[in-house]
Design a protein around this ligand. Sequence first.
Ligand code: F6R
Length: 608
Amino acid sequence: MCGIVAYIGPKDATPFLLEGLQRLEYRGYDSAGVAVTGKGAGLKVRKTKGRVADLAAAVPARFKGSTGIGHTRWATHGEPSDANAHPHLDNAGRFAVVHNGIIENADQLRVRLTAEGAVFSSETDTEVLVHLIAAHSGEGVELEEAVRAALKLVVGTYGIAVVDAEQPDRIVVARNGSPIVLGLGEKEMFAASDVAALVRYTRQVVHLEDGELAVVRADGFRTFTEDARPTTRQPSTVDWEIDSYDTAGHAHFLIKEIHEQPSAVERTLSGRLDERFATAHLGGLNMDARELRDIRRVKIIGCGSAYYAGQMGAQLIEELARIPADSEPASEFRYRNPVIEADTLYVAVSQSGETYDTLAAVQEVKRKGGRVLGVVNTVGSAIARACDGGIYLHAGPEISVASTKAFTSTVVAFALLALHFGRINDLSPADGRRIVEGLKALPGQIREIVEKDKEIAELAAEYADCEGMMFIGRVRGYPVAREGAQKLKEISYVHAEAYPASELKHGPLALISPELPTVALVPDDELLDKNLTTLGEIRARAGRVLAIAHTAPDPKLATHTLLVPRNEPELDPLLLNIPLQLFAYHAAVALQRDVDKPRNLAKSVTVE
Ligand code: F6R
């Protein structure tokens, strides 16, 4: 959600800023801007509504400076416009600020600053920051001191980068609830809200903590707290492949990431299966068998697709470990004063590790003394750090806004957790072996499904112009239906509704017509007959049915069938979901949508 980049060094900052913004565009893409400065050069600023490409076209060749900051925006306060785009400047045009997050007391600060003479030129909350910094600057005041003093007055979340035309030898960055990472180069330094902007230039990074600031100069950096106490940060090495940040010949990141799933799952499983004891090794849980045996309930929290992955995880835990488990949107959980029980294990799910609602839910559990594990993709992210332990997905960076490979890897991580839990409780060695073998088969089976790309593209083109779609599944299939509907609506903008197949006749059957086709999950499991009866009810109302199945149903019951390989019943939902990702992708392409950057959405929602 919004992207920040910054550069200081001997080179011209502009090319890095523009390229970095392009790499971060998936985090926000309704407006963009850059500001550069240098010794005696004043401040140059360009900003525009639209994409980074529009900004690049508006930046003249003479737009150069050794110190610069840039931003790509996803609007929260004020519509997308040139005026609301970042960077924001003070009235003297000396300071420039880019900001991710939300300043909650912006209205009060705005009144006060206006009374003191500041003139506002945007509707954003961010603009108060730059006027506050200007108000705290003065003869001999270092930029970092002015920023620190300004931040003391601010309530809210921020990742910021600030430049000062009168002190162009530094950039000041700060983090509170919105990530900032420094990149260490050779006599040059970078900063960004996401390592994706940095990996082409350096692998050595430093993640700031909440409440921390840094003064970044070409030859190094210094970190300190909001109370000016120095802190020590050791650099870490980014191990994600540079290729992950390119489409590598694919039309979109989304289809690339769908195709990467076999290797993403291999990485999630790597080193974690124990064939001898038919269980899983999960060293990062930081809980021994005795502590795990005391767990009486599992509560999973996450947002959007992470919540649906959690629902699939809860089903796996209940089935394999026979421990009551459920999943709830973190965005609801955090506001309902949840009862935190000592023998409940809380599990937070997040691809980015930065989703604000999920982080706040984790903090709420921990504040009340609960234990939280994280199932997270981004190493060192805020949620990963806030948890007591957990499982890293190792799915690789996910750039497309819609989650696919991280979703699949999350469910695999839950299967490992359920197996581990199960074998500590009552899951037999034979059943444990069955699940281990099933997990080992997944990458090959996912490969088989993604090879059906062309067949699925043809089906998607046939259904894409419908009025809306119904997705149905029973028990294990219901979260798959929810995720399938979510994927379709978010990238194709086709209305899609998910229902438990068993509930159809209690209301939504009234919607069924030739214009509202149904995607039905029909695995060969103990509920097959029930599912076939539901298909009959839909067909009797002239509804079209696309069945995702292990065995083709009678053609009278399904207009089209897409076959998927069979695994173990507990793991089948993982495979049933893959064709739905491809279906949504191809429907979106057929409707000429901006697949990787769907309207109104952004990757990683770091605001409430
Ligand atoms: C859907 C999607 C979102 C995210 C949600 C949580 O495709 O990507 O629903 O799943 O915003 O994001 P993370 O997992 O980063 O916490």
